[in-house]
Design a protein around this ligand. Sequence first.
Ligand code: SF4
Length: 332
Amino acid sequence: MNVLEVESLTKHFPIRAGLLQREVGRIRAVDRVSFHVARGETLALVGESGCGKTTVARCILRALAPTSGAIRFTQEGGEIVDLAPLSRRALRPIRRQMQMIFQDPYASLNPRMLVGDIIAEPLLVNGVPAATRQARVLELLELVGLPAVARSRFPFAFSGGQRQRIGIARALALNPSLIVADEPVSALDVSVQAQIINLLLDLQDRLRLSMLFVAHDLGVVRHVSDRVAVMYVGRIVETGPTTALYDRPLHPYTAALMASVPKPDPDRRDATPPLAGDVADAANIPPGCAFHPRCPHAVARCREIRPELRETIPGRMTACHRAEELTLAGVD
Ligand code: SF4
């Protein structure tokens, strides 16, 4: 069963200019994006900075209103609701079932609140009695590997990794059906990243979390996700099971992203060169395939016709005119 189904999600931002602030263009941050997250599954949404992945996450949590599309969420009782057209008031009882882990553990915790109060805040807002709140805070601190004494300290007393544990405890307080994690380890040191990834893996096992994991770091994504959706300039260009996608990326952009990941063995060389050039401007997307100015395999039709996402091989979706050819030719 799917916890989340996103269909043709689109988010455009108007560009205004002049005295009358007339609309003179549009930033197509997200353009007809579709995917699902099954119960107990982690889907990673990856791509370079500016590809639209964080905008997708913010639309799902309705921090941004989508321009069009559907965001179908399965509630605790099994009822499916489209979040896209809901008012703030109608969203309120549903929001407790969807929680976010933020990128910056320094900015996301109120420095004037005790850690126990930070973790208990969602419980308080949802009317959970004081005694139950206290017991739940202790349970959550243990779950994320922090001592009980942490509840009576302020965030400044903790390291970045410990603060992210506090953020995770807060996100889990109400037993949400879906966690949206927006670059949850990118602000941390590499050694601390591994600890937080291990914590997330442990929590996935213990709680069967359903998670949308937004990240630019493919090295991180490999460990935490069951499936991956790769975004480029507002659109999904490839999806597939994590192991299959890492073993054999089918879209040239995915292959180039992977070639850009630092390898443990410096002598190992990829057949594909790492990404060159800059990501396209979402206010001025190239015609045809948006990736064609950077793609070493571009041909004439790539510059004219926009490729749609389609099943290239069973279980693998790719938006590339030449996906079959390049796969058969063994080109990474
Ligand atoms: Fe490259 Fe063409 Fe495929 Fe786009 S459609 S990724 S330009 S080969």
